[in-house]
Ligand binder design. Sequence first.
Ligand code: DP6
Length: 327
Amino acid sequence: SLFKSSYRAFTNIALIKYWGKRHEDLFLPLTSSLSLTLDAFYTDTTVEFKPNAKADVFILDGVQQGVELTQKVSQFVDLFRETAGMNMPVTVTSINHVPTAAGLASSASAFAALASACNGALGLGLDNRALSIYARQGSGSATRSLFGGFVVWHKGEGEDSQSSYAEAIDDAEWDIGMLVVIINQQQKKISSRVGMAHTRDTSPFYAMWPSEVEKDLAAIIPAIEAHDFETVGEIAEHNAMKMHASILASNPSFTYFEPDSLVAMAIVKELREQGIACYVTMDAGPNVKVIGRLSEMDQIIARFKHDFKADQLIVAKPGSAPIELKA
Ligand code: DP6
């Protein structure tokens, strides 16, 4: 109906990580990054602008949220209200779809869904590249969730917000997926926002990070285009380890690794020695994502079940760009 729209957006996992901003308020990154959108984790969001309402309302998983979260949503929706030249109150209703309460509720799918639904509700007709620039200003990684498959988020130039957007490079319709190993469902202790600023400001290894990312991007893009699974996995794993090494070298030091993260990493090495190519990536939390061939996932899962419970193991296939949910 008028002023109302619903979208589903999928989360993404970076193979070449975004870790560090050059502009905090605009969420402009210090490097470009590259991800795979996943089908298993997503957010459904309905946006309705209500001319007669008194205030903005944000309902998450059936619960109306307090001032702090509602204000975050309001500020984000303001970007769209400014574009549309109107000031109607909004009601935003979101449901995070995360298998088995995995605690992977993701700001990436959340802001991508919210941006898509705002565009629909206001009839702005913005394309996904334009929407990625909006989503970026909610959470950097959300930039990449406006597209499916393999996606590059370009760092852009200087303070030019319009130059930092996402672009799809490959639909990922080949033999690749991820096994997400849920190690801890709790909220991360150090958010990525805080952790990346601390690393940038205090880690002596961070000086090398931007040039490592450049090299890794230049090598992984042709490997993706060639559907070269092993090269993609090797580069992604090395990139993630370089990020976590520079985090560990920050001062005061910290890490997202937990004991079971190392257990999962050892299993991946063991599988590789047995001839099953699979690789690790990790983000700002202890959960381990195993990059594997979908055709070998059953064997990978069978080995993980020796050390982890079945409900800790979630297979994700490549996901799509946001999809409109019709009433
Ligand atoms: C390790 O996008 O969560 O997952 O932009 O401050 O909201 P903000 O940070 P966020 O950072 C993601 C960091 C990462 C790597 C990645 O997704 O590229």
